[in-house]
Design a protein around this ligand. Structure first.
Ligand code: SUG
Length: 455
């Protein structure tokens, strides 16, 4: 394993290191796991170690891997912005008394799910030949709306210089709800060639069809509010200077959202020229897939491969419970394609059966492995939620600070630090512990030091 600069283009996985305040506060709307595990004890140490093991495995496979540090929590400044005053301790205790949700939100470790950090367009796709980043505003969830300013600052640090363009997050609020790369799929013959960017949205916010997944009169969600709007997706595509021929906007299937598919990456994932999805992923799915094939073919990029899993093979509820489609699909240096799935996929009989047969079917996935991410999974975050993919040329990858690039030495240092600075048990009520902020800050500063970043 090495941090060496690859010769050609690379797709690097930037994983969020789980922060020391990982807990189950049940804050996430539409997220079945988060609701089911509300108030159960969490183990932040195991959560971070599980994430590190995944990064280690991906790096060992020869795939470029990097680490994003956890954000500073509690975010007392966020609470001050809401009118709480006095010492930091006073701010935290007043907020906890006013509403425990405020305290839980300012402590949330949710930035670990870096698939929601930003939408990224590689230089091969943008009109100005630069890499574009739009941090997600994450407006739809109170605890996630704390993240964007910190994410924006971090991305500027990690991708410095003129090759990178950093847009502001979209305006906050319901109309431009944006959840980042979790609702974005890029399909391309290789990392360095132009790709088809697919923006998947939950609803429209404006016009006659507002609130629905499509035209007026279409089905709408009945249980959960969609998080991503079409208007947000369109804005990101404009900001990134994408060519309309290589952009597609698709609506999520409202029934899937109601079953717990709060992000598209819970039901479909793309890698290279392969899309792996459930048959219930998109509204009017056959039309959606036809349009996808047509646009892809029109790029002269060859033909698209689609593995569409039927409900009779893996029912929708099993897909949500196992996060099958939140697997990472990784092209390996030898040309093989590995599906790195959450261990929950192996525990479910139907999903396991499907996956056991998959590599032998000649559909483009040649191997399957499982990762133990139980701590994150209990909050609805699988393998692909924990990583932000950034396709970069060799030159662009060189600009990324070397300290965040994953190798065995970094693994060892982070592991030792987490083992000695993270608690192994945290309940939402522990967020009122006056010792916790100091502990978190010490843990975070150490991580920044290890990664060679200024805190
Ligand atoms: O936004 N869970 C996250 C999980 C995000 C998963 N990311 C992707 N699918 N890409 C969310 O729902 C749980 C926190 C809590 O419940 O306290 C949470 O925020």
């Amino acid at each position: 394993m090495s941090e060496g600069v690859p010769v050609g283009a690379v797709e690097a996985n930037f994983d969020g290191l789980v922060g020391p305040t990982h807990n189950y506060a049940g804050l996430a709307h539409g997220n079945v796991a988060s609701q089911a595990n509300k108030r159960k004890p969490a183990n932040p140490r195991d959560a971070a170690l599980q994430g590190l093991e995944k990064m280690r495995r991906v790096a060992a496979l020869g795939v470029a891997q990097a680490v994003l540090p956890p954000q500073a929590r509690p975010d007392v400044g966020w609470l001050r912005g809401l009118g709480f005053g006095g010492s930091d301790g006073a701010v935290l205790s007043q907020a906890g008394k006013a509403d425990p949700v405020l305290l839980a939100a300012c402590y949330s470790a949710s930035a670990m799910w870096t698939a929601n950090a930003a939408t990224v367009s590689p230089s091969a796709d943008s009109a100005d030949g630069r890499v574009h980043f739009t941090p997600a505003n994450l407006s739809s969830q109170i605890h996630r709306s704390v993240e964007p300013p910190h994410t924006a600052a971090l991305l500027k640090k990690l991708f410095p210089g003129r090759r990178f363009v950093h847009h502001d997050p979209l305006p906050p609020g319901r109309h431009f709800g944006d959840e980042g790369a979790a609702n974005h799929i890029r399909l391309a013959p290789s990392h360095g060639t132009p790709g088809l960017q697919i923006f998947v949205y939950g609803c429209r916010a404006l016009g006659a069809a507002a609130g629905s997944g499509g035209e007026a009169g279409d089905k709408v969600t009945r249980k959960f509010l969609p998080r991503q709007t079409l208007e947000a997706s369109q804005a990101v595509a404009r900001l990134h200077g994408l060519h309309p021929d290589r952009v597609l906007f698709l609506a999520q299937n409202p029934a899937a959202i109601d079953a717990g598919v709060f992000h598209n990456d819970v039901i479909s994932v793309g890698n290279g020229d392969l899309l792996f999805c459930h048959e219930a992923a998109f509204r009017d799915q056959s039309d959606a897939l036809r349009e996808m094939r047509r646009k892809y073919a029109a790029m002269n990029a060859g033909s698209l491969r689609i593995i569409e899993v039927k409900a009779r093979e893996v029912p929708l509820d099993a897909a949500v419970a196992t996060y099958l489609f939140n697997s990472q699909v990784l092209t390996l240096p030898d040309g093989g394609v590995l599906l790195l799935a959450a261990r929950e996929c192996r525990a479910d009989a139907r999903t396991r059966k499907y996956l056991e047969a998959l590599p032998g079917r000649g559909l483009g996935i040649t191997a399957v492995e499982y990762a133990d991410l139980r701590q994150s999974m209990r909050n609805g975050g699988g393998p692909a939620c924990l990583r932000l993919r950034v396709a970069l040329s060799a030159r662009e990858w060189e600009q990324v600070p070397p300290g965040v690039k994953f190798d065995e030495a970094l693994y060892g240092r982070l592991r030792t630090w987490v083992e000695s600075h993270y608690r192994d048990r945290l309940l939402p009520r522990d967020l009122a512990d006056p010792d916790l902020p100091k502990e978190c800050e010490a843990a975070r500063r150490g991580i920044y030091r290890i990664l060679g970043l200024s805190a």
